[in-house]
Design a protein around this ligand. Sequence first.
Ligand code: NAP
Ligand code: HSE
Length: 428
Amino acid sequence: MTKPLTLGLAGLGTVGVGVVKLLQQNADLYAARTGRRVELRAVTARSKDKDRGVDLSGYDWEDDAVSLAKRDDIDVFVEVMGGSEGAAKDATLAALASGKDVVSANKALLALHGQQIAQMADDAGRSIRYEAAVAGGIPVIKSLAEGLAGNRMTRVMGVMNGTCNYILTRMESAGLSYDEVFAEADQLGYLEADPTLDVGGIDAGHKLALLVALAFGTQVDFDGVELEGIQQITARDIHHAADLGYRIKLLGVAQMTDAGLEQRMSPCLVPAASPLGQLEGGTNMCVLEGDAVQQVVLRGPGAGEGPTASAVLGDILDLARGIRIPAFGVPAAQLKAAPSVKSAVAAPYYLRLELRDEPGALARMAQVLAEHGISIDRMRQREHSESPATVLIVTHAVQRSALDAALADLPQTGVLGDTPLAIRIEKV
Ligand code: NAP
Ligand code: HSE
């Protein structure tokens, strides 16, 4: 049998402990699959004394991640600490510089420093693998880098933050407000330490930026992702959307347009009957579209000990087999710097308007839409006893820039009772 593949593991939290458990439970299976033993040599975390529910006595302890990354007796540095700066970044760069391959679950690090890290891996003739960083247990990175490599990708979409999908679906099923479900998600431990990463769309935006680089051969450009969170979505919007045959999802969408690369992570309406529309709870879904395959839909758990460790092990076993692919599918030096464009593709929008209940209010609002070339497809006003009245509109396809201009002009009509909400209706 070939010599063992040896690992150093930085981080012994949810993901790290899951990796240790799989390595202990499935050692023979991995040896059979790769033709060599996969052996954990050393670990690190912040606290040496914490009981983590797994036996760590067979591994060396390192006090800091950079020392672990540089150890002579490891082939692969596994980074599951998290954080876009500090120890995670320093240790990842140190590992590559000292000739190790790296397996990472760290979407924030890669979304912000992916180009530098990919370049460094290429220069060192090493590999950086990151399946667990995007959509947890779903093998979406491998699908794009390998299974779909024969395609020119046309669009990638994904619901990639389980916490937001849990909040939105729970608001609908339990009839609870955003604040009530947010508190529930907090109790259940679903939220990141900084919840804005979840509900502000940042975590999912990091994941989208990585998928985009791989799908379109472009430099990772998290700053180019148009970000909008779910904080403004009310239970009423969810029910209005359902009435119209839609569900609201925090959806990532990216496509290469003639004007440049469009990357969006924002609430969208999708048909309730579509696979994305039917996605419940913390589950993730990635939709990959290519010129030859048309559409592939991947669904699975986006977080948690088992699913994330599964993805980390997939990467480790590839390295054990000697499979090395550039981080984003082509050598880092060949990744293109694509100009980024905001919502370049026209789409219909759902508008929720609170209009003062007085003669001419509807006409004045419609006049402003007309002045910006916005045509109404459907409109609904429910029976109401108080002013303002809620008016729901579905527009025909419109450029976001025209819609924004109309929304900016609407307050001048004097008929608005509240700030309007606009949500894109995505064709999926
Ligand atoms: P976690 O439970 O908070 O664990 C983080 C671990 O890293 C802890 O063991 C911590 O040590 C250690 N650590 C933190 N800073 C350190 C430092 N400066 N030096 C050494 N050790 C340090 O986090 P997690 O949920 O496992 O997530 C780890 C990574 O996977 C993150 O990048 C996350 O975004 C990513 N990820 C997580 C999931 C998920 O479902 N949890 C899914 C996909 C991706 P102590 O235990 O001693 O504090
Ligand atoms: N906060 C993330 C989520 C964890 O809710 O999906 C997995 O990346």
